[in-house]
Design a protein around this ligand. Structure first.
Ligand SMILES: NC(=O)c1ccc[n+]([C@@H]2O[C@H](COP(=O)([O-])OP(=O)(O)OC[C@H]3O[C@@H](n4cnc5c(N)ncnc54)[C@H](OP(=O)(O)O)[C@@H]3O)[C@@H](O)[C@H]2O)c1
Length: 259
């Protein structure tokens, strides 16, 4: 069964939820290609805001929980890492669509949980996150260019999933930041991850975001502070880069064709 967040209607969402007994919806689907969002902001708004809000409203009617996944791109990146209450001020269409999504979802479902995360890495059956590109890039002969001026708090996806489930089970609602403890540039993240992987980082090349000449603006000093999460779930541990990457190495099989 597939649901397209770009086109889902109220009737379709009601019908789907009425047919299946769903207790909790983790709305991870989204348009995450930041430059694509900048080129097609209306589509980004439909997928990241309108679709999730329609689904959240249907969940509220059925008494189901609703969890929406958002990002530190809701901030302008001038003074991160940020606490939950810091004023949002997105500087690109992706960030705007997610900020509008947060508001619309909470409007449609007042008990919704909004999880903001950032720079998520770890095991992925589709091998689509930064660690996989880094591994591939370092094995090549060309310079692997990584922004040296984008600061964030890299987040191990295994810990993110555990935290979100624990928050959901605790009945949490509203906005929570779920992120790792290290405040680092993308370049430092790459260097530390390469060291854990035992890879030569000689062709790792730090560049400024401006040099990358991307379509959409990126928040530079981003990242998320997690004091609220720690206060709510004191026993939860969000792993730092070395522990996260090392756990990922231990659970992932690499072959010549897929590494
Ligand atoms: N990765 C991060 O660092 C990060 C950081 C902060 C927040 N987030 C948020 O976390 C969520 C998951 O991110 P991710 O990194 O896993 O993203 P991703 O790898 O790009 O996956 C996005 C998912 O959304 C699905 N999708 C795309 N368009 C859709 C549509 N119209 N209707 C229904 N599903 C659609 C995609 O399906 P297909 O594969 O079939 O296209 C894919 O499964 C997103 O909401 C993102 O904004 C991610």
């Amino acid at each position: 069964m597939a649901l397209d967040l770009a086109t889902v209607s109220e009737a379709e969402a009601d019908e789907l939820l009425g047919r299946c007994e769903i207790a909790t919806i983790y709305c991870v689907g989204g348009m995450t290609y930041v430059d694509g969002c900048e080129s097609t902001p209306e589509l980004a708004r439909r997928i990241n805001c309108e679709g999730p809000a329609i689904l959240a409203a249907a969940a509220a009617k059925q008494g189901a929980r609703f969890i929406y996944f958002s990002t530190d791109y809701v901030f302008n990146g001038r003074s991160g890492p940020y606490v939950e209450g810091a004023p949002a001020d997105p500087i690109c269409a992706y960030g705007r669509s997610k900020w509008q999504g947060e508001l619309a979802v909470q409007d449609a479902h007042p008990a919704a949980l909004v999880i903001r995360s950032t720079t998520v890495y770890g095991p992925d059956p589709n091998r689509r996150n930064f660690l996989y590109s880094l591994r591939k890039g370092l094995a090549g002969t060309q310079p692997f260019r990584v922004p040296s001026d984008q600061i964030a708090t890299p987040t191990y996806n295994v810990d993110l999933a555990a935290a979100v489930v624990a928050l959901t089970e605790s009945g949490a609602r509203g906005v929570f930041h779920v992120a790792g403890p290290d405040v680092v540039s993308r370049l430092e993240f790459a260097r530390r991850a390469a060291a854990v992987m035992g890879l030569d980082a000689a062709n790792l090349s730090g560049v400024s975001t401006a040099e990358l000449a991307q379509i959409a603006a990126r928040p530079l000093r981003g990242g998320l502070l997690t004091g609220k999460l720690a206060a709510s779930l004191p026993r939860l541990r969000m792993r730092g880069i070395e522990d996260g990457v090392s756990d990922w190495m231990g659970t992932t099989t690499f072959t010549e064709s897929n590494s």
